[in-house]
Design a protein around this ligand. Structure first.
Ligand SMILES: *Cc1c(COP(=O)(O)O)cnc(C)c1O
Length: 355
């Protein structure tokens, strides 16, 4: 895949760079942003000329629909630098497609490919010094769209703004993660917006997650809303279980987001001759496997961390601790995927795209 740049774009560069003030060794995830951002406005049915401009706050009407009706979507992806100082993206076509699927579900306009991909390429060319070399370092990319149209009337806006902001990141380590299996709260429901990266999905998780935090759990494993018997996602990540030597993960659905990391791990595991079964996984199966000693691993899968190992879970008041393994499959898969992303290993899948 080759990314074409946009011919008609306004570029206004920052007069000074903030990069000298950033300590790249002590970054906390998602708090520091680069010097520039991409902006493209949509007005009455047309996308206007995009621009790259200095990163800065902007003016927006207090009645904009994003504030009142939550019309907002986003993506999360990363850029990596190889030993030759080339910058690479990982399966950006998947993020682009998913962004527009989210847009359709939220009655927002689809963003043209040249604005999303071409704009991202041009932004990354300007910000390439912010992508640091070495495993663990990356530049987190946050494309998003908000409804900027005015009026406290509950109907879709006709004005939108698409933006891309960039945040340098070090390898993501969340500490030991214990999870609570949801018995009452739900992340998503059939017919709802769980398959979209819609902002409201995440704010709806904050309260149940806060309650879980108060009980000593970092995250929630979400179950299906109708019966709470099927294991679906872990926090804001897809989730895998290893029982004996087989990896299990639920099929994506209206309630389960189609993660790029999830599907890449499935393909990688298959290549490594690891058994993978994509099928609904029941809470009862997990509890039984924990009780009879066949449950080996649980891990979340997402762009920020690649894999996030889970050390134990609570269900119906009982805590189940997972074994401490010398060679977890989760970390072996993470290593393989990272090697492809940082161009340390041949990319036989054709997933990486050079900027
Ligand atoms: C973004 C996200 C994921 C992971 O998707 P990736 O493409 O792997 O980053 C999983 N679940 C939810 C709910 C998400 O928002």
């Amino acid at each position: 895949m080759e990314i074409k740049t946009i011919a008609d774009i306004d570029i206004k560069l920052a007069s000074v760079s903030k990069i000298k003030d950033v300590d790249f060794e002590t970054l906390s995830f998602g708090n520091v942003f680069t010097d520039h951002m991409l902006v493209c406005d949509y007005e009455n049915g047309v996308w206007k000329k995009p621009s790259i401009e200095p990163y800065a706050p902007f003016m927006i009407d207090p009645s904009a629909k994003v504030f009142h009706y939550g019309q907002a979507i986003f993506e999360g992806m990363k850029a990596y630098k190889d030993e030759q100082d080339d910058v690479w993206l990982f399966r950006p076509d998947q993020n682009y497609e998913r962004f527009n699927k989210s847009a359709v579900r939220m009655a927002m306009p689809e963003v043209p490919e040249d604005v999303f991909m071409g704009g991202l390429k041009q932004l990354l060319e300007i910000e390439k010094d912010w992508v640091k070399k070495g495993k663990g370092s990356s530049l987190y990319i946050r494309p998003f769209m908000i409804a900027t149209g005015k009026g406290v009337v509950a109907a879709p806006a006709v004005f939108y703004r698409f933006m891309i902001i960039l945040s340098p990141a070090k390898s993501y380590y969340s500490g030991e993660v214990k999870v609570l299996i949801a018995e009452h709260f739900s992340r998503a429901a059939n017919g709802g917006i769980g398959a979209a990266k819609a902002a409201g999905n995440y704010s709806a998780q904050f309260y149940p997650t806060k309650l879980a935090n108060e009980k000593g759990y970092q995250q929630i494993i979400w179950t299906d809303d109708a019966t709470h018997t099927k294991l679906e996602e872990a926090g804001t990540m897809n989730v895998f279980f290893r029982i004996n030597d087989t990896l299990y993960t639920a099929p994506t659905s209206e309630r389960i987001l189609d993660g790029v990391t999830r599907k890449s791990l499935i393909d990688l595991a298959k290549r490594e001759n690891i058994n993978v079964e994509v099928r609904p996984v029941l809470v009862t199966e997990l509890v039984e496997a924990a009780q009879n000693g066949t449950l080996q691993e649980i891990f979340g899968a997402g762009t920020a961390a690649v894999v996030n190992p889970i050390v134990g879970f609570e269900y119906q008041g009982t805590y189940y601790e997972l074994p401490k393994l010398d060679q977890p499959v989760a970390l072996a898969l993470k290593e393989k995927l990272n090697n492809i992303q940082y161009k340390l290993e041949e990319d036989t899948f054709g997933w990486t795209v050079k900027i």
